[in-house]
Every structure is written in C-alpha cells, then in structure tokens.
Design a protein around this ligand. Structure first.
Ligand code: HEM
Length: 213
C-alpha cells in the first residue's frame, strides 16, 4: 500500500531496536523488505480494506493476514495523520440515503464544513480533508476520541466506535494513549512481516514508490 510506503520512508536507525520514546510510538523497522516486480491495482482487490466495505468485510481482510480485531483497531489509528480525498467520504455528506443527505452519525457542524470543502469535488479531484480533524499533524490518540464525538471521517472509521466487536477497543485507546502506542507499535512490526518476499520474488527499492529499473 502506498500508505505504508509513506510511513516507512524515513527509518530512524540502521540497527533495529525496540523503541518507546516521548509521546509517539517508535517501532522497529527491519530494513530490506522486498517489493514485488509487478504492480497492478486489480491484483490487490480483496486484499485491501475500503471505507465502503462493511465492518465484517474489513475484519476479514485483516484476519486473512493474521490480525485480530484489536490489532486492526490499533492499526487504523494510523488515521491520526494524513488526508482522505472527498470521494472517499462523499457518500456520508452528499447522498447518504433518501431521508438525509448527511450521515446522522456525523457531527452536524463537521458535516457542514466538509460539504463546503468538498463542493465540486468530482471536478476538483485533489481536494482532501484531514483524517484527524482535531490534531491533524500530531501522532496521538485523538482519532479515537473523535470517533466518540461523530468526528470520524470515513464510514469505516465511524463504524469502529459503534460495533460491539470494536467499540471497547476504541474506548480503551481513547482513554489510554500509552496502550494505543504499545499496540500500534506491535501491530506495525507484525505488519512488516506479512508475506515477506525472498530471492528473485522482488527487489529492495531505492525509491519505495517506483521499480528500480
Ligand atoms: C479498514 C481499514 C482502512 C481503510 C478502509 C482505510 C482507508 C483509507 C482511505 C480511503 C484513505 C484516503 C486515501 C486517499 O484519499 O488518498 C486512507 C488514508 C490513510 N490511511 Fe487508511 N485505511 C485503513 C487502514 C489503515 C491502516 C491500517 C493504516 C496504517 C497503519 C492506515 C493509514 C493511512 C494513512 C497514513 C492515510 C493518509 C495518507 C495520506 O495522507 O496520503 N490506514 N485510508
């Protein structure tokens, strides 16, 4: 996923060691993970979670890669940073259902601001909103606090705070940032070991978003 590419672009050390430092999760990045020699969007269908998929479907995507529901909730806390383009949540603010254009689970003032931001998004496709509206530039547990106030951006985000299989973990991470950091760190390390390629199956890229040749 390009998002992992982004997150792993600047490893802080050549000698992996467990970290927990300051107010953000630092974790071991094993260098030398290979990327495949083919990159085709159609090959990843079914392997990637989507905001429009049901929670059941998203849970399956993570379980197929060996992640528990708790690990999934911790990993999605990655949405404490970054952006999502309007088309990813347009259904929640413009055409939710025939009774209401706006998802009633969304904070109304937040919905109004997003509707203004995303006006004409079909033409101006680069417009995007912060995933964490309160502290967009800070890696913290605000993402989970937001879900409790209807400030989740994607349907898949907001759903985590509602379903009984995930709600308890949202509560835990909203109340306890240290628990979030610890679990995020372990789950990220585990993610980096999923389906590792060896030998001629891939190459260590010089630029993570391009083939070497
Ligand atoms: C149910 C699971 C997930 C869904 C449905 C989902 C969906 C999305 C979508 C639709 C975007 C916006 C993409 C765009 O508009 O360019 C996004 C952005 C992002 N996601 Fe997720 N995601 C999920 C899990 C994760 C996980 C596990 C991580 C990290 C561990 C993660 C990290 C990020 C980051 C950092 C961004 C911002 C990227 C940027 O600013 O360019 N997401 N996600």
């Amino acid at each position: 996923m390009p998002r992992h590419c982004l997150m792993l672009r600047h490893p802080r050390t050549r000698h992996p060691q467990p970290h927990f430092h300051g107010r953000r999760p630092l974790y071991t990045v094993h260098l030398g993970r290979k990327d495949g020699l083919v990159s085709d969007a159609s090959h990843v269908e079914g392997d990637l979670p989507r905001p429009t998929m049901s929670l059941d479907q998203n849970i399956k995507v993570f379980q197929n890669k060996g992640f528990s529901i708790q690990e999934m909730v911790a990993l999605i806390g990655g949405h404490t940073i970054g952006f999502s383009h309007c088309k990813e949540f347009a259904n929640r603010i413009f055409h939710y259902n025939k009774n209401s254009p706006v998802d009633p689970a969304m904070n109304p003032r937040f919905a109004t601001r997003l509707r203004e931001l995303c006006k004409g998004y079909e033409k101006n496709t680069t417009v995007a909103a912060f995933n964490d509206v309160m502290t967009p530039g800070k890696f913290d547990n605000m993402y989970y606090k937001n879900l409790k106030r209807g400030l989740g951006l994607l349907s898949s985000d907001q759903g985590l705070g509602v379903d009984k299989r995930t709600r308890g973990f949202v509560e835990l991470y909203a109340a306890n940032e240290t628990a979030f950091f610890e679990d995020f760190k372990h789950a990220m390390e585990k993610l980096s070991e999923v389906e590792v390629k060896s030998g001629s199956e891939g190459e260590v890229r010089r630029r993570c978003d391009m083939f070497n040749a």
